[in-house]
Design a protein around this ligand. Structure first.
Ligand SMILES: Nc1nc2c(ncn2[C@@H]2O[C@H](COP(=O)(O)OP(=O)(O)OP(=O)(O)O)[C@@H](O)[C@H]2O)c(=O)[nH]1
Ligand SMILES: [Mg+2]
Ligand SMILES: [Zn+2]
Length: 308
C-alpha cells in the first residue's frame, strides 16, 4: 500500500452503482469518491457526444484505479489513471489484445467476421490474435492459418474440451488484459472456463446483482477474470455483425499487415489498392483477405461520407 493508504487496482466488474476492483489485497467492492473526473478525455469530436462516446466517459471495466480501502471491507475509488485504449464492444478499457476465436471446423469459418475483428482490434490499438479452438474436430484449416501467420498474426491452436494448447495460451496471456471475441458457438465461454477454471465455474450468464431486490439490476459490461498465471481475460457474447465506423480509408490498409507491407511498392503513395495503376497487391495478397479489405474500404468510405 502506498504512503497515502491507496491501493492500485483494476476495475474487474461494473455494476449499476459500484465497481469490483482487483487489488493486491484482493477484490474490493468500491464506489467512486465524490465527483471523480476521468483524466482520460473523450476524443474531441465536437461538443456533441454520441451514445458510445458518453459510455466511454464513465468508469469502465479495465480501468486502472487507485482505491482507498475502508474498514468495512469496501473501498473508495480515488483516482482513475489515464486510459491507454478503450474498446466499445465490449466496453472495456486498456485491452491489450483481442483473441479472435474461430472453430476448427464447426461452426464453419467466417473469414469476414474474423478479418473485421482483427481490423477493429488494430484500430483500437490492441493486438489481434487468432485462436482456433476445437482442434479435436476433424478438418484441415492449416493452410489458412499459415496464411495468417505469414501476414504477421499470432495464431493459436487449442481445444477447450481436450485441453490442447490451453496452458501455452494461458501463459501468453500472463500480462495485461485480453478479450475473447468471435461468433456464437466457437467456444469462447468454454475456453474461458479452461483458462480460469475456478472462477469461471461461478460465472453464469444473467448473473444478478445482490441488490436486485432494491430495484437495479444486472452487470453492464464484460467482467475481467484474473488468470492463474497473471493477466485478465473477459468473455463476450457472440455476435455476427460489427461495424467499422471511425476507421479512415487511409488507415484501413495499415490494418491489413500484409497489405501494409506491400504498399511501399505501389506506384502511388496513398494507394488504396483498388485497381489503381501500378498497384502491387493483386495476386500478392490472399484473394479472400483482399476481398474483405475492399469490402471494408467501401464501408469505411460510406461512414466517412456520413460524417462530412
Ligand atoms: N469439440 C469441441 N467442442 C467445443 C470446444 N469448445 C467448445 N465446444 C462446444 O461448442 C459449443 C459452444 O461453446 P460455447 O463456449 O458456449 O461457445 P461461445 O463462443 O461462448 O458461444 P456464444 O456464447 O453463443 O457466443 C458448446 O457445445 C461447447 O461444449 C472444443 O474445444 N471442442
Ligand atoms: Mg459464450
Ligand atoms: Zn496499391
Amino acid at each position: 500500500m502506498s504512503e497515502q493508504g491507496l491501493l492500485p487496482g483494476t476495475v474487474a466488474k461494473a455494476w449499476s452503482d459500484w465497481y469490483d476492483v482487483e487489488t493486491p489485497a484482493g477484490r474490493l467492492r468500491c464506489q467512486p469518491r465524490g465527483r471523480l473526473r476521468l483524466t482520460w478525455q473523450v476524443k474531441e469530436r465536437g461538443a456533441k457526444l454520441t451514445e458510445s462516446e458518453r459510455a466511454l466517459a464513465a468508469i469502465l471495466v479495465g480501468d486502472e484505479v487507485q482505491v482507498r480501502p475502508r474498514p468495512d471491507g469496501e473501498g473508495a475509488i480515488e483516482a482513475i489513471l489515464p486510459r491507454r485504449t478503450a474498446l466499445s464492444r465490449p466496453l472495456v478499457a486498456n485491452v491489450d489484445r483481442v483473441l479472435v476465436v474461430a472453430a476448427w471446423s464447426q461452426p464453419p469459418w467466417n473469414g469476414e467476421l474474423v478479418d473485421r475483428l482483427l481490423v477493429l482490434a488494430g484500430a483500437h490499438g490492441c493486438e489481434g490474435w487468432l485462436v482456433l479452438n476445437k482442434v479435436d474436430q476433424p478438418g484441415d484449416p492449416e493452410p489458412r492459418l499459415r496464411l495468417y501467420e505469414a501476414a504477421g498474426y499470432r495464431v493459436w491452436r487449442v481445444s477447450a474440451v481436450c485441453g490442447d494448447g490451453i496452458a501455452e495460451l494461458g501463459a501468453a496471456l500472463g500480462e495485461g488484459v485480453s478479450v475473447l471475441a468471435g461468433p456464437s458457438g466457437v467456444g469462447k465461454s468454454r475456453l474461458l472456463g479452461a483458462l480460469v477454471p475456478e472462477r469461471a465455474a461461478s460465472i453464469r450468464t444473467g448473473e444478478v446483482s445482490p441488490r436486485l431486490l432494491r430495484g437495479r439490476h444486472t452487470t453492464r459490461h464484460a467482467e475481467l477474470l484474473r488468470l492463474p498465471g497473471g493477466g485478465f481475460v473477459a468473455d463476450t457474447p457472440g455476435f455476427s455483425r460489427v461495424d467499422l465506423a471511425h476507421i479512415s480509408a487511409a488507415e484501413l490498409g495499415e490494418l491489413f499487415p500484409e497489405i501494409a507491407a506491400l504498399a511501399p511498392g505501389c506506384r502511388f503513395r496513398g494507394c488504396l489498392h483498388r485497381g489503381e495503376p501500378g498497384c502491387v497487391v493483386d495476386g500478392a495478397v490472399d484473394a479472400e483477405r483482399l476481398r474483405h479489405y475492399r469490402l471494408f474500404l467501401t464501408e469505411v468510405e460510406a461512414w466517412e461520407a456520413k460524417r462530412y
